[in-house]
Ligand binder design. Structure first.
Ligand code: ADP
Length: 590
């Protein structure tokens, strides 16, 4: 298990690897021995490598400087230099889920080696020294498919209940889409909300969740969500997760009940905590292992068949059962198109915030053995996606009450505090389906102030994902908008705050009046699939006749029914922890 935790490395990891056995003359490149460095653009900032060459060998590759995203790029930072040295090739596999960082490292090594005068084309030939791994057959109490928040929570609870547990993960790292989530977690929390004078109750949480989902949600599941969410806060704390004292509103969160991690960004602290819990429970995580079939015998689930990294067959028999926790299908364009009835299109031109593992394969595993599906047409667009790559990077808004959205003409067009589906629809109706999110100096006191996505606002501006102005007019010019129109619009908004009367009915709302001002272009990108496998309140998977499929449980984004037609921002992480835990307990004890 330590093996798995090793990928959580410090931000500025400097990795030095010695060349291994391939000092022989079979190396295609002819080098001028020496030490070469090169710097290329990384995902967040420049990335620099140092390459040491003998006259026949790539001796070592060291990443000397980078700002790739912690927890997300770590595996590329660790593995790509090793692979280049081991394979003596630049045609190494990129790491799925860290593709941009992988490509940046390879590009930097190419640039460095070019300086030696080597023939790069010859080094682009793929090494053929990969060893096929053996087939495996094993028996275990519980198999969990997927290592995101739901899968790891289930694994922890199943191990606490005394079961031996294997988690299968198709990607080269654990954490799933949870790892790159915005990390907000909604829960009614009398201690933290109370200290801030925020009144809340599980009934209000329930009502808002139902209303936001147009009451298409399953009320029984929503009740379980709102009642169990706070326990999830403490569950995560028990494995070292620390929360900020301040409670805030997630974009599209509709109320101040969002918890944010005290240390670290994205889902990294949450996945770290869950991996710690899994390690304590002796849970085994098999990476690069894709479940391809759930095996039934006499109407009961008896095992899982999976494919290992080198195509080897892995057969796992289960004494107790299987939990499907494979996440959503936002990254599967075909499935999006198959089920979408709400949006004009969700074809490949609509980008996604999700990692490539959000491929919907768990839905197929379940339907192949007769599981029913629910709400598949409800697919959430994240209104605040990066127009260049669809991701959440560059999102500078912290709370919608402290931001305004302007279209390319410099005009507001929607209640910024509104539901995500409403905001997304409104953006799609604007020029180029684009808006600028505007925040002010109250959100970012200086250039070093952190965004919620692991960068500082200064870095956002330096990377041109955001623009900055010392006055509203200056910001308008930087956004290519008419300064007079933008100034008038901001003044009108501020007057509405004073009068407690907004043209779009926004409430709560705070003024945009403190320099400096920041703007970031945003567009809707596919974010969350609300529909999925139909479960009962014990998280047992149901078939089309409403009957339980014995030994089969599901939890997390792969399940439908919790969110209805529109998910409340920051309800997803609460859902995966609450239902993952229930599935993990029940698969052992029922
Ligand atoms: P949730 O938020 O519901 O926990 P995540 O997206 O965080 O979901 O995690 C789901 C994980 O399941 C991802 O890491 C994904 O790669 C993994 N996964 C999806 N399908 C399979 C499969 N067929 N076999 C193994 N792992 C899978």
């Amino acid at each position: 298990m330590n093996r798995i935790l090793k990928f959580f490395l410090p931000l500025l990891l400097v990795l030095s690897l010695s060349a291994c056995s391939k000092e022989s003359g079979d190396v295609s490149g002819k080098f001028k021995a020496g030490t070469y460095t090169a710097t290329v653009d990384g995902y967040n900032a420049p990335l620099t490598v140092k390459v040491v060459l003998s006259n026949s060998t790539i001796k070592s590759v060291t990443i000397t400087d980078h700002k790739e995203s912690v927890g997300i790029a770590d595996i590329a930072i660790k593995n790509i230099p090793t692979a280049i040295v081991d394979e003596q090739s630049l045609a190494v596999d990129t790491i799925s889920g860290s593709t941009t960082s992988s490509k940046a490292i390879i590009a930097a090594v190419v640039a460095a080696i070019k300086k030696s005068g080597a023939d790069i084309d010859k080094l682009m030939i793929k090494s053929d020294n990969k060893v096929a791994e053996a087939d495996i057959t094993e028996t275990v109490d519980v198999v969990i498919i997927g290592s995101g928040g739901a899968g790891l929570s289930a694994a922890i609870e199943a191990s606490k209940a005394g079961a031996s547990v294997i988690v299968l993960e198709q990607m080269p790292k654990a954490g799933g889409n949870t790892l790159i989530s915005g990390s907000g977690y909604n829960a009614v929390d009398p201690k933290r909300q109370g200290a801030m004078g925020i009144e809340d109750s599980t009934d209000l949480f329930f009502d808002q969740t139902m209303e936001s989902g147009d009451s298409k949600n399953d009320p029984e599941l929503v009740r379980i969500l709102v009642d169990g969410a706070y326990d999830g806060v403490e569950f995560l704390e028990s494995f070292g997760m620390e929360w900020q004292d301040e409670i805030s509103t997630a974009p599209g969160g509709l109320y101040q009940r969002r918890h944010m991690p005290a240390n670290g960004a994205l889902g990294v602290p949450m996945i770290n905590a869950l991996l710690k819990g899994a390690e304590e429970g002796n849970v085994r995580i098999m990476l690069n292992t894709k479940a391809t079939e759930i095996v039934m015998d006499n109407n009961k689930v008896v095992g899982v068949i999976a494919e290992g990294k080198t195509g080897n067959k892995i057969t796992l028999n289960v004494n107790k059962g299987v939990v499907i926790a494979t996440g959503g299908f936002s990254a599967n364009v075909e499935m999006r198109e198959q089920y979408n009835t709400i949006w004009p299109t969700l074809d490949k031109n609509v980008l996604t915030t999700n990692h490539p593992g959000a491929d919907g394969s768990g839905i197929e595993l379940a339907t192949n053995i007769g599981a029913d599906l629910v709400d598949m047409e409800y697919i959430q667009l994240f209104p605040y996606g990066n127009p260049k790559n669809g991701s959440m990077t560059g999102s500078i808004m912290k709370q919608p009450e402290n931001a305004i959205y302007l279209n390319s003409e410099g005009l507001r067009f929607v209640d910024e505090y509104g539901r995500r589906d409403v905001v997304s629809s409104a953006i799609l109706a604007q020029t180029d389906s684009l808006m600028f999110v505007i925040v002010d100096g109250k959100t970012y006191v200086d250039d070093n102030a952190p965004t919620d996505f692991g960068t500082t606002i200064g870095e956002e501006v330096a990377s041109s994902r955001s623009v900055k102005g010392n006055t509203i007019e200056e910001l308008a010019v930087a956004m290519n908008m008419d300064p007079k129109i933008v100034k008038k619009e901001v003044d009108k908004y501020n007057a509405g705050v004073d009068a407690k009367n907004d043209v779009f009915g926004k409430t709560p709302m705070n003024k945009i009046d403190t320099a400096p001002y920041y703007g970031s272009p945003r567009t809707p990108t596919v974010h969350h699939t609300m529909g999925g496998i139909k479960i009962n309140s014990d998280t047992q998977v149901l078939n089309k006749d409403g009957e339980v499929i014995n030994g089969l449980y599901a939890a997390g984004e792969v399940v439908g029914g919790v969110h209805g037609s529109n998910r409340v921002g920051a309800n997803a992480l609460s859902e995966i922890i609450v239902f993952g835990r229930i599935a993990g307990k029940n698969v052992v004890t029922q």
